[in-house]
Design a protein. Sequence first.
Length: 327
Amino acid sequence: MVDEKKLQDAVKKTVSRDDVKYVVGYEKGTYGFQVTPSFAYDPKDADKFIFSPLCVYNLAVFPMLEEKPPLRKDQEPDTRKIGVVVKGCDARAIVQILQEKGLNREDVVIIGIPCTGVVDPKKLQAQFPENGKNMDIKTGKDNFIITIDEKTHTIAQDKLLDEKCKHCEYPTPILYDILIGDEIKATKKEDYKEIEDLEKKSMKEKWEYWEKQFERCIRCYACRNACPLCYCKECMVDQLSPQWVRRSVNLSENTAWNLLRAFHLAGRCIGCGQCERSCPMDIPLMQLNKKIEKEIKELFDYIAGIDPEEKPLLAMFKPDDPEEFIL
Ligand code: SF4
Ligand code: SF4
Ligand code: SF4
């Protein structure tokens, strides 16, 4: 359990600094189990900050959404830092962005939370479809304790835990300025079981499977907008000259979009699951991300977002590379 008082104190201390613009964390939403991102511009805003298994979002996206408007001649840019509350997986996004020089280390204050796992909101919704005002969830020993209008339910962790948390190798943020609580040692391992099952399908079956998924895509780009690693100034799908992907929503263009995005995240995706969680059409985007992650681990022994000093995978080359794949 995270000590929320300690978290709020850390946020207060951070936002009181002259060189910090705001801190983004989590607060309770207005109904049901909902938790929303919360912004502290002032120390008193910190009192609403919480942390619970409902804090599923990867807030590392916020420093990347910061607008940098054109400045008048006499105007100085706002160089103040942004404070961000991160779980273990979220912190890997910051590490990856630092590697890519999308952010400078001095641009962010990282408030790290050692994390025992978050719920999958869809599993939670299926178990508890009601929407009340007083709904909350806490982590117990091997279970989640759910309160709905003062009635308590206990449910095994396995039934509600997000899939990524069942294989989490980085529960404690790799990088932080302030850590809320004690480090949690990793005890789990990614087994790629689901991906291995998909790999067993024939090529025809794989195409049929993915066609079924991609034909449902409505090209809303929620996956892109929620992803902390999708921060290109201009996304290729918005370009008109040349136009890489047409705007029409059909299987061909949808497939191009989803595959281009997956490959653009190759060696960069840190597996936070924010894209899949944001997808209104329930497209299993993590299967694409995990397949590429598995290939990269096997081919290059490389894991994204674990070493801020390392060069990004696709920015490395060796002059003596035999390049056997070039015909
Ligand atoms: S993947 Fe790890 S750090 Fe991320 S939410 Fe799950 S347990 Fe926490
Ligand atoms: S969020 Fe889902 S529906 Fe929207 S563009 Fe991405 S894959 Fe398609
Ligand atoms: S592609 Fe999805 S899982 Fe990977 S970093 Fe982006 S939001 Fe997270």
